[in-house]
Design a protein around this ligand. Structure first.
Ligand SMILES: *Cc1c(COP(=O)(O)O)cnc(C)c1O
Length: 385
């Protein structure tokens, strides 16, 4: 299916709504039946009909169809947040007594799910360094049901060799789930590499404007239908129709935003790479990166997130640099129009939350501003050190 068709036409029945170009928001909780016979049919096929919006809603369906097509998946199901999608996908694959092998340093709340939440229900998790696929293999036990990937992972952007890990999973009858938020469906399609379930935080690139939250799980129709009747309907972390509408709108411009972000990020990274006050840069699209070859194989284009370390051993200098930036907002998340920084230093000296990462590390996200505008801002902040 062509990208332009997916983004502009797929799932849109314009004749049903006065040929309006933009779809309506079906802001309704329920749908009425004309006869008992009709209601009887509805109840028999609740996953395939519009009956109650905790199940299906037409605006949400439109989004699900588009994202499933973008991922090359049979089906998709949308959630109220990315972590709801991650949790539902993971919970759908395990029961008490099972074991999961998970990438080390995943997204923070995925980490909490794996290490705090699941153990309460008798699910055991081993975290592994995913840069070597054999670490997954070595961690597999007789009760391992699931291999969980996030490639590239949060903050340090390390890659896992997806095909190698899928081969290990298949040999041991394990399911695979990958968090593909970093790459977007435009830059990496793990289902084509044999992954069973692909999850996204739509809050990031898909929404693209820092004004909406959402998540999605993509996979085989049968698997997604199981998630629907189990985790989706019982935990109820549904996506609101208005949020779905904003995400459909975000999708319209995803390709142009990603192209712009890729070009700007390249310029900013090149500037930082030659800067004497910058130590390491973690960006798998940089030729000097240890995983550059794998990035070239697995990912189509570069994206806007990277991490640098500042050459200093003084945390006050890190604070000074970050505080001096005027056009990078200091905030969580990424994927919107605005460039961001997230300093690891913020996690230091705050009681029980101490990061295992060095305090000199600053995560960057490059938005839609001009490269020169951002580089000038970096320059003036470096000049303060
Ligand atoms: C933000 C994020 C999530 C969680 O998404 P929310 O929409 O914030 O719930 C999951 N995975 C990754 C990689 C993320 O960056």
């Amino acid at each position: 299916m062509e990208l332009s068709y997916i983004l502009n036409e797929l799932g849109e029945d314009r004749e049903l709504y006065f040929n309006a170009v933009a779809p309506p928001i079906m802001q309704t909780s329920n749908f009425a039946c004309k006869t008992v016979a009709e209601m009887r049919e509805m109840l028999k096929h609740e996953q395939d009909v519009y009956f109650y919006s905790r199940g299906n809603n037409p605006t949400v369906t439109m989004l699900e169809k588009k994202i499933a097509a973008l991922e090359g998946a049979e089906h998709a199901i949308a959630f109220g947040s990315g972590i709801a999608a991650v949790s539902a996908a993971v919970l759908s694959q395990v029961k008490a007594g099972d074991h999961i092998v998970c990438i080390k340093k995943p997204y923070s709340w995925t980490n909490a799910l794996m290490n705090k939440f699941l153990p309460r229900f008798g699910v055991e998790v081993t975290m592994v360094d995913g840069t070597d696929a054999s670490n997954y293999k070595n961690a597999i036990k007789p009760n391992t049901m699931l291999l969980y990937l996030e490639s590239p992972n949060s903050f340090t952007f390390e890659l896992q060799d997806i095909e190698a890990i899928v081969a290990i999973a298949k040999a041991h009858n394990c399911t695979t789930i990958i968090d593909n938020s970093f790459a977007t469906p435009l830059n990496q399609n793990p289902i084509a590499m044999g992954v069973d379930l692909v999850v996204h935080s739509c809050t990031k690139y898909i929404g693209g404007h820092s004004d909406v939250m959402g998540g999605v799980v993509c996979g085989k129709r049968e698997t997604i239908n199981k998630v629907f009747v189990q985790e989706y309907m019982t935990l109820g972390a549904v996506l609101d129709p208005h949020a779905a509408w904003l995400l459909v709108r975000g999708l319209r411009t995803l390709p142009v935003r990603m192209e712009r972000i890729a070009a700007t990020t390249r310029k900013v990274v090149d500037y930082l790479a030659q800067h004497p006050k910058v130590g390491e840069i973690r960006y798998p699209f940089l030729e000097t990166d240890p995983q550059y070859k794998l990035a070239q194989k697995q990912l189509r284009h570069n994206t806007g997130q990277f991490t640098i370390t500042l050459k200093t051993d003084d945390i006050n200098k890190v604070d000074l640099f970050c505080d001096s930036l005027k056009h990078f907002l200091m905030a969580a998340s990424w994927g919107g129009h605005e460039s961001l920084i997230y300093p690891v230093a913020a996690a230091y000296d705050t009681g029980n939350y101490k990061s295992s990462l060095p305090f000199t590390m600053v995560r960057f996200y490059i938005g839609l501003e001009d490269a020169d505008y951002l580089i000038k801002d970096l320059e003036q902040a470096f000049s303060k050190l």
